[in-house]
Write a protein that binds this ligand. Structure first.
Ligand code: SF4
Length: 325
């Protein structure tokens, strides 16, 4: 069995809602409300859901950009929320890197690509310039770019090439885990497959783990060993990727699959049992009682409005839905 690299246990991130000059607390936004999952070394977990589901907040907690309200994040068996800053700097931060949806958002347009990729090496190592230059060349080649392009500026590259540069920089310190936030959704469809193939090849080469944040299950299906579907801060279905995509049990997962490009074929096989969601995701400040999904769920019963379903194991995946019982 593969080694567990990252284990998230009952993670919560709540924000107070305040009002007035005195900033009186009048409510709480439960952006992430008791989420648990794990990522094995060399494997990919995708967190999938609509905007506001809590997936980006969960990723920010893992990247230490947000302090969790409760729960634990174990990396190589150590709780990163309890590690002293000096140990975080050496034992965690270099090993966990991020690639954003828009590669340019994290790059200084006035820096040459060489300096953009070299930055983490200059900050975290004592390497000499020659060593760093050689590593930058190697990284550019690994992501399918010409080493001589190191002297160019970001505006001289296409979106797909920009994402390759972002991946090269993320790889610079030999991380164990890369958080990929919507890694291909800003790219042309024709380029998406190339970037996904690159990510897959790099994963195989370096035994990398990925945490992928996505709103479209179809785009990340190819990469995902496991998938967790999030809705209003909670995981509603979680399991092995291919099994979850071919045999979704939760109505929300089925609706997401219905909405995605991959479904034309699936739905034909599914005798047209297509689920179209109505309405928007409710506000996390005042989520619906019972099952949070019940106002939009085509299969909801009276019970759903009063009793929240607990996640239970059905076959090979966990599902939080009364319908499955
Ligand atoms: Fe729909 Fe009820 Fe299942 Fe919630 S518990 S997903 S409302 S059937």
């Amino acid at each position: 069995m593969a080694e567990v690299l990252l284990e998230v246990q009952d993670l919560k991130k709540h924000y107070p809602v305040t009002r007035g000059l005195l900033q009186k607390t009048i409510g709480t936004v439960k952006a992430v409300d008791g989420v648990s999952f794990q990522i094995e070394r060399g494997r990919t977990l995708s967190l999938v859901g609509e905007s506001g589901a809590g997936k980006t907040t969960a990723a920010k907690a893992i990247l230490l950009l947000e302090q969790p309200t409760a729960g634990s994040i174990l990396f190589e068996g150590k709780d990163i929320c309890r590690l002293p800053p000096a140990r975080l700097k050496t034992e965690y931060r270099p090993k966990v890197q991020a690639v954003q949806q828009n590669p340019w958002s994290s790059m200084n347009p006035r820096m040459r690509v060489r300096d953009i990729i070299a930055e983490p090496l200059e900050v975290n190592t004592r390497w000499k310039k020659k060593q760093i230059d050689s590593r930058v060349e190697e990284l550019l080649q690994q992501v399918g770019l010409m080493p001589e392009w190191a002297e160019r500026y970001p505006h001289e590259f296409s979106g797909g090439q920009g994402q390759r540069i972002a991946v090269a920089r993320a790889l610079a310190l030999n991380p164990a885990l890369i958080v990929l936030d919507e890694p291909v959704s800003a790219l042309d469809v024709s380029i998406r497959a190339q970037i996904m193939n690159l990510l897959k090849d790099l994963q195989d080469l370096y035994n990398l783990s990925y945490l992928v944040i996505a709103h479209d299950l179809a785009t990340v299906r190819f990469l995902s060993h496991s998938v967790a579907i999030m809705y209003l801060g909670r995981i509603v279905e979680y399991g092995e990727g291919e099994e979850l995509c071919t045999n979704p049990l939760h109505p929300y997962t089925r609706a997401l699959i219905s909405a995605s490009a991959m479904t034309a074929q699936n739905m034909e096989e599914d005798n047209g049992a297509r689920i179209i969601l109505g309405g928007e995701m409710p506000s996390p400040v005042n989520p619906p009682c019972g099952c949070h999904f019940h106002p939009r769920c085509p299969a909801a019963t009276d019970r759903c409005a009063v009793e929240a379903p607990a996640p239970k194991l059905y076959g090979t995946h966990y599902v939080a839905c009364h319908l499955c019982e």
